[in-house]
Design a protein around this ligand. Structure first.
Ligand code: CAA
Length: 258
């Protein structure tokens, strides 16, 4: 396994645990960190032994946003020509399930990276926000779009325009996070969820992710058609035969990712 300057990685069964690791900067997302994250995700995407990934930070911060010290000197032409932040799309285009385990601050780009994951499990200490407005900018990695789809216009406008933070309970009520767990349980809970996902047939899991993700892109009719095609295609897999035979025979399935 490769080692990184700004990430820690650990394999637990079929799950890869990726920990953002710039503690002195509250995991501010600089270009090195985002390039390393893109790199490790591309390795896990190709690695058959990995069925799902958990992305986490420290107890104090998942990530406190894009690195302000790195961004400070950018001008428009630099930002535009280099497509500043464009490389972050590696997180949202990752094809295997990706769970964000969020403790402490998930602000700005930190909240945006969490929202690029398939779902967010939050510790009771988590705080979410899009404070870009306080710096004279706006969210640049999906905060105005994914947050609005997740929590609706009222709360998205409130957060994006005032820059205030919401705690884990408010984030769960609003639909941004799927579960809240005590801080000390966070990693285990997320890894257990990922391990469960990884135990299911790989193709079905990846198609399930693809189908839900597609719902954000297309009309209902198109989304339903896409879902139906994927659904039909899974009847061509050996694991569908095994899963249904096991149910009928009242035994545990032995999936082979075929
Ligand atoms: N970029 C760079 N450095 C950061 C940072 C960031 N986003 N967030 C925190 N740090 C650094 C601080 O500068 C400080 O470093 P020094 O010790 O060298 O001074 C260190 O991390 C610890 O931070 P604080 O002393 O500020 O810690 P705190 O507990 O007092 O406050 C906080 C925590 C409220 C999260 C505060 O750090 C903060 O407001 N951070 C910035 C949050 C923010 O505005 N994020 C949005 C960034 S813009 C963006 O993300 C654009 C986009 O959409 C992609």
């Amino acid at each position: 396994t490769k080692s990184y300057e700004t990430l820690l990685t650990e394999i637990r069964g079929s799950v890869a645990l990726v920990t953002l690791n710039r503690p002195k900067a509250l995991n501010a997302l600089n270009s090195t960190l985002m390039a390393e994250l893109a790199d490790v995700l591309s390795l896990y995407e190709k690695d058959d032994a990995i069925g799902a990934v958990v992305l986490t930070g420290s107890e104090k911060a998942f990530a406190a946003g894009a690195d302000i010290k790195e961004m400070q000197g950018l001008d428009f032409v630099d930002a535009y020509v280099s497509d500043f932040i464009g490389g972050w799309d590696a997180v949202s285009t990752f094809r295997k399930p990706l769970i964000a385990a969020v403790s402490g601050f998930a602000l700005g780009g930190g909240c945006e990276v969490a929202m690029m994951c398939d779902f967010i499990i939050a510790s009771d200490t988590a705080k979410f926000g899009q404070p870009e407005i306080t710096l004279g900018i706006i969210p640049g990695a999906g905060g105005s779009q994914r947050l609005t789809r997740a929590v609706g216009k009222a709360k998205a406008m409130d957060l994006v325009l005032t820059g205030r933070m919401m705690d884990a309970a408010e984030a769960e009520r609003a639909g941004l996070v799927s579960r809240i767990v005590p801080a000390e349980r966070l990693i285990d809970e997320a890894v257990e969820a990922a391990q469960k996902i990884a135990s299911f047939p790989r193709a079905a899991v990846m198609m399930a992710k693809e189908a839900v993700s597609r719902s954000f892109e297309v009309t209902l009719t198109e989304g339903l058609r896409f879902e139906r095609r994927l659904f039909h295609s899974l009847f061509a897999t050996e694991d569908q035969k095994e899963g249904m035979a096991a149910f009928v025979e009242k035994r545990k399935p032995a999936f082979r990712n075929r």
